[in-house]
Design a protein around this ligand. Sequence first.
Ligand code: SAH
Ligand code: SF4
Ligand code: F3S
Length: 443
Amino acid sequence: MKTYFVRTFGCQMNKHDSERIAGMLEADLGLSEASSPEVADVVVFNTCAVREGAEERLRGHVSSLKAAKTGDNPNVIIAVGGCIGQRDGETLLSYLPHVDIVFGTHNVGRLPALIASARESRDVTVEVLAEATSFASELPAIRERAWHAWVPITVGCDNFCTYCIVPHVRGRERSRPLDEIVAEIAALVADGVVEVTLLGQNVNSYGRDLYGEPRFPQVLKHVAASGISRVRFVTSHPRDLSDETIAVMATTPGICHSLHLPVQSGSNRILHAMNRHYTRESYLALVERLYAAMPDLALSTDVIVGFPGETEDDFEQTLEVVRKCTYDQAFTFLYSPREGTPAASLENAVPRDVMQERFDRLVTIVQSSAFAKNQRLIGTVQTVLAEGTSRRDPNVLTGRTEGNKVVHAPMPEGASSASLAGTFLNVSINEAQTWFLSGHIEG
Ligand code: SAH
Ligand code: SF4
Ligand code: F3S
């Protein structure tokens, strides 16, 4: 049987698209998953353009397949899709000449047809559409974790933060009709899924393009009422997170008290230059309301270090906000200029060594905040969704708390990861490190 391999570089939306790609390659083309890209008949790279680093990794991976294509595996079909495919189209072939198919973010569903024709003709095909015509959620999926599903509720982004390429490669924001979302979740529940993550670049603006009701809080209520055990969602733009959403999160069983709320910077001057439409004061007030409504909230964020013109004073203000928000986790990024975005033409670039030094200081604060937050959980009993065994020790079970924290616990006698994955266990926590908790299973 012919085989495929899909490598994913980007965000949760890309992971979702990759699950659909795998689903189509199996259902429509009858392919099965290969153990590595070197031996696969079809290799799909689902790319990300958000920072330079992700692009470099793509180039490295495609180049390493060159050896296979010119050696043992000459008939391999290499397809590059996702956000770099969307951005570069045909230009991609000028720097990655071994690629057979280039597709974009709006035509994931066309991939089986493109592969079928490439197999016959061996011609290079480039197909990138200007706009989406459907939601990829209508396509079959092979889920990486059987019990978890990504469910897009919006695609695209209208925010145009000045550093960000996403609106340029994912298009304008479109909301998916609520009945479609609810129908998909009902089917997932019937299929044994116990956790969903609702996806959108800015889930809080759901419905803005549909006018009137329903808006995001109603979506949350409907999804929670569908019988799914855990509901998560990413990403929330601080400007659009309403008090109604906070109230629904706080009072609706099943909606995790876990929130990703990217701050990006703690300096009003930089936030303005980033076109973020909130201030440090309004962000801090929002976080205060969140913790007041949900004292057990696990809060995470994104921070960009070294946006053009960022001074030591601006950065100090970011550190102060990070300290005050007591984050459970923060994804920290060095600013990466993206061609075609307004920030890429700004002057006053922050020197690389200054950026790195600030980055290191930020990481230290994030780590101590995450450690302190985890320490508070010692002595508590957490509901843990079991995922599998630890990579280091097959006798250790791993799973995640409602706050999305990794938990390790000894595997119960006679149990296996296959029997426990996707089930909920009560774990009494007796140890807390920066990025994981340990405990033992109760009962
Ligand atoms: N829609 C989401 C995710 C956007 S991309 C949101 O608004 O949060 C994920 C993160 O990548 C962003 O939050 C930002 O912190 C980071 N990012 C985006 N563009 C970047 C750039 N040019 N340089 C460095 N980090 C960037
Ligand atoms: Fe990018 Fe801003 Fe949209 Fe997030 S909200 S995807 S950071 S433009
Ligand atoms: Fe990257 Fe595209 Fe997501 S640029 S972050 S994969 S939307």
